[in-house]
Design a protein around this ligand. Structure first.
Ligand code: HEC
Length: 122
């Protein structure tokens, strides 16, 4: 019996479709994971991300640059580069916010590290 020459193509096609499904499902799961991690804001460090307790200035800044500008050089909020505030004052503001525009609690457990990081930007 001669094999139908179309069969390999159908197999490849089916495999491709399967792969697309697999990847999109993986992607959706990853997205949910990322969204979850954001909502919990690192409060749940043990299981979501092992490195959530590790301070990463790039990630931390990402929560500030929307208001404080790309290089924290000022935007809606004042410039953080070259601030005259002390580490204690910075920690307190990052923890509790300031005025009506500055939200607190953006970096749970990392306020002090962020304060230290801001001071290195001078
Ligand atoms: C929703 C916008 C917004 C976000 C997000 C935001 N800030 Fe602010 N921030 C402000 C505003 C507005 C002020 C000025 C508040 C005031 O003086 O009344 C401010 C003030 C500050 C101050 C005091 C600066 C000074 O000279 O008085 C610090 C420090 C600060 N923010 C740090 C941060 C850090 C660190 C982050 C990221 C974790 C952050 N902010 C995220 C809006 C924001």
């Amino acid at each position: 019996m001669q094999k139908n020459p179309i069969v390999p193509f159908i197999l490849i096609f089916a495999f491709g479709i399967g792969l697309i499904f697999f990847l999109s499902i993986m992607g959706v799961e990853k997205k949910a994971e990322i969204a979850e991690g954001h909502e919990e804001g690192g409060a749940k460090t043990e299981e979501t991300e092992g490195d959530a307790s590790e301070f990463d200035p790039e990630v931390a800044q990402g929560k500030c640059i929307g208001c404080h500008g790309g290089d924290l050089g000022g935007g809606v909020g004042p410039a953080l580069v070259g601030t005259s505030l002390s580490k204690e004052e910075l920690t307190e503001i990052i923890t509790n916010g300031k005025g009506s525009g500055m939200p607190g609690g953006l970096l749970p457990g990392q306020e002090e590290q962020m304060a230290e990081y801001i001071l290195t930007l001078k």
